[in-house]
Design a protein around this ligand. Structure first.
Ligand SMILES: [Zn+2]
Length: 317
C-alpha cells in the first residue's frame, strides 16, 4: 500500500465489478489505491433479482469494512457487462447476468445512501489502463480484453467512447467470416466465434472430441506441434488481425492494449498477431500492440476511479 499523504486521497470509496462468474470488489483510497479486495460468486443462474440482492450484500460488506477501517466510504462505483447506459444509470441488457433494463445506479444509491458511479466493465478497464496501466501518456488507444467474449474500450484523451446507446466497442461482433458459425448475438461469423478464449476451447473440442481443453492449453499444444491446435490457434490470430485491422482503419489508434486471459499467452499471441495485422495495413500506421498491465483487476480499479471522480479527487498521470 502506498503512503497516503494528501488530504484528498484519504477519501474512501468502494467499488464493484460484476461479471457473469464473479463479482470483484474492493475498498479504495486515492488514485486507485486498494485497501481491501474481495470476490464472490455471481451465480447468475439464480435469476436477475438474486444477483441484485447479492450485489447489495457485497456492497454492505465493503461499506462495513471501510467504516471499521476508520474511513467510511463516501461513494460507490459499480461496473457491469453488456449494453450499459452510463448517463441514465441503467444496465440496458446483459446476457451474462440475464439483466434487462435494471436501474442499478438508483437501486444501489438508495440502498447505501451514497453517490454511485455506474459504468461498463470494459470501458472502466480502459479508464484504469489509461490512468494507471499500459495506456498512460497515450492519447488514443483501444483496450481489448480477450476472454469469454471480446470487447473493446475506445479511449481518447482518457475518456471511453460509450456510443449513442451504450454499445460502442463491441469488437467481438464484427463479422470477420460472413456466413460463418452462429454467434450468441444472432449473427454469423463474428470475431468472437473464432478468437475468444471460449471459442478456441470449443473449436478444439469440436475438432478432436476431447472435452475440457482450455484456450491456454490449445496454445501450449500448438507450440508443441499438435496440428489441430496449430490450425485453431492460427485461425484465431487471423480473425483477430482482421477485426483489429478494421478498427485501425476506422480509429487510427496509437496503441492496442490486449488484456484478458488470452493475452497471458505472451509472444505466442503477440508476435504472429503483429505480423498478421501489419500485413493487412496499407496506408494505415501500425499501432503498438501491448499487453495490459492491470490484469483481472482493471474493471474493479476503473470502477473505483469512476467513484473517486464523483468526489472530485481524480488526478491524471
Ligand atoms: Zn456476434
Amino acid at each position: 500500500m502506498s503512503e497516503q499523504t494528501a488530504a484528498s486521497v484519504d477519501r474512501s470509496v468502494i467499488a464493484l465489478d460484476v461479471g457473469g462468474t464473479q463479482i470483484k470488489g474492493g475498498v479504495f483510497t486515492g488514485n486507485g489505491t486498494v485497501q481491501h479486495s474481495e470476490q464472490w460468486l455471481t451465480r447468475a443462474e439464480r435469476g436477475p433479482n438474486a444477483v441484485i440482492d447479492t450485489i447489495l450484500r457485497c456492497a454492505d460488506e465493503l461499506a462495513g469494512l471501510a467504516t471499521r477501517s476508520g474511513r467510511p466510504a463516501e461513494a460507490v462505483g459499480i461496473v457491469v457487462p453488456g449494453i450499459v447506459d452510463e448517463t441514465a444509470g441503467i444496465a440496458v441488457h446483459s446476457t451474462n447476468l440475464a439483466w434487462h433494463k435494471v436501474p442499478m445506479r438508483h437501486t444501489l444509491a438508495k440502498h447505501l445512501d451514497l453517490p454511485v458511479a455506474f459504468g461498463h466493465d470494459v470501458r472502466a478497464g480502459g479508464l484504469a489502463e489509461a490512468r494507471l496501466g499500459a495506456g498512460r501518456g497515450c492519447h488514443s488507444f483501444l483496450f481489448v480484453p480477450l476472454g469469454t467474449g471480446i470487447a473493446a474500450a475506445v479511449m481518447t484523451d482518457g475518456q471511453a467512447l460509450p456510443g449513442a446507446h451504450g454499445s460502442a466497442g463491441e469488437l467481438g461482433h464484427l463479422v470477420v467470416r460472413p456466413g460463418g458459425d452462429p454467434c450468441t448475438c444472432g449473427s454469423h461469423g463474428c470475431l468472437e466465434t473464432l478468437a475468444s478464449a471460449s471459442a478456441i476451447a470449443r473449436r478444439y473440442t469440436h475438432a478432436t472430441g476431447e472435452p475440457h481443453v482450455t484456450a491456454q492449453e490449445v496454445d501450449r499444444r500448438a507450440q508443441a506441434g499438435d496440428p489441430e491446435a496449430t490450425r485453431i490457434w492460427g485461425e484465431a490470430i487471423e480473425a483477430l488481425a482482421d477485426g483489429l485491422a478494421t478498427t485501425v482503419t476506422l480509429l487510427d489508434p496509437e496503441r492496442i492494449i490486449l488484456g484478458g486471459g488470452l493475452a497471458k499467452a505472451g509472444e505466442t499471441l503477440f508476435a504472429p498477431l503483429r505480423t498478421a495485422l501489419t500485413q493487412r495495413l496499407t496506408f494505415q500506421h501500425a499501432p503498438q500492440l501491448l499487453p495490459a498491465e492491470l490484469g483481472h483487476q482493471a474493471g474493479c480499479l476503473g470502477s473505483a476511479l469512476l467513484a473517486q471522480d464523483l468526489l472530485g479527487n481524480h488526478s491524471r498521470p
